[in-house]
Design a protein. Structure first.
Length: 255
């Protein structure tokens, strides 16, 4: 059987339509939240801080804000998308449909990643209304945006299969990803930390994501851009292997 693009498109279109039905939660709420971040961090705190590496503090936090929303929304969109067929009992129909595992993942992950990329660009446009921005490597910025969205949408897909209830869907983003992002240099440079905390921060995987994304804006990051790309690509491969194992073994797909 060849590639079933109709099946992929059907899943993709259904997930995108669901996002339009929850437009307020999907787009408007993150934009309002970002605006509040700029009021608190960029205005109240940034006005009392010097530049960070030659970049105004308000501009400096933009990549971190985008990455924070990107990680949480990618995981949330993908996990909810695949969890609902389990919750409603339509997973059996989905698994028996003439759609391969790869095509199913492509539809769900593609839709989740698309929504995250659009959200990231909207937050970027919102940030430009508050602070002056420059993007030294626009192609690299878009590449990081897409690669991160796809990687964490795949991670969210795994979480959606693993979760046995709605509370577990929010467990990883709320109690793991968000704290790691706040401690991963989203609002500061880890070079500002004293030892041994700077060395400890290097064990935080989000540091490499934020640093690489910030490099695409300002040409500098806390770690090498090669390390950032390597980590993201490595995590993408790990998620791919995990999803392949899930479909091969049927782990929690039919529970």
């Amino acid at each position: 059987m060849g590639f079933n693009h109709h099946g992929v498109w059907a899943i993709y279109r259904f997930e995108m339509a669901r996002a339009l039905r929850t437009l307020w939660q999907s787009l408007v709420t993150p934009v309002i939240t970002t605006s509040l971040y700029f009021v608190v961090f960029g205005g109240a705190i940034g006005s009392r801080m010097h530049d960070v590496g030659g970049v105004g503090y308000g501009s400096f936090i933009v990549p971190g804000l985008i990455m924070l929303s990107l990680l949480t929304q990618s995981i949330s969109n993908a996990s909810i998308g695949i969890y609902f067929p389990k919750f409603t009992g339509t997973m059996f129909e989905l698994l028996s449909a003439p759609v391969s595992a790869f095509e199913m993942v492509l539809g769900y992950v593609g839709a989740a990643a698309t929504k995250s990329v659009v959200l990231g660009l909207i937050i970027l446009a919102t940030a430009a209304c508050f602070v002056p921005l420059r993007i030294e490597h626009p192609v690299a910025m878009l590449a990081f945006l897409v690669l991160t969205s796809v990687t964490f949408s795949m991670f969210g897909f795994i979480i959606g299969i693993w979760a046995k209830g709605f509370e577990q869907l929010s467990f990883v983003p709320a109690l793991l990803v968000t704290p790691l992002t706040f401690l991963g240099g989203a609002f500061y440079s880890i070079d500002m930390l004293p030892q041994p905390w700077r060395t400890v921060s290097l064990f935080n995987p989000v540091v490499y994501l934020v640093s690489g994304f910030r490099w695409s804006f300002f040409g500098r990051g806390d770690v090498s851009v090669a390390w950032s790309l390597g980590f993201t690509a490595g995590f993408l491969l790990l998620c791919f292997v995990a999803i392949a194992w899930i479909f091969r073994t049927g782990w929690r797909l039919k529970n």
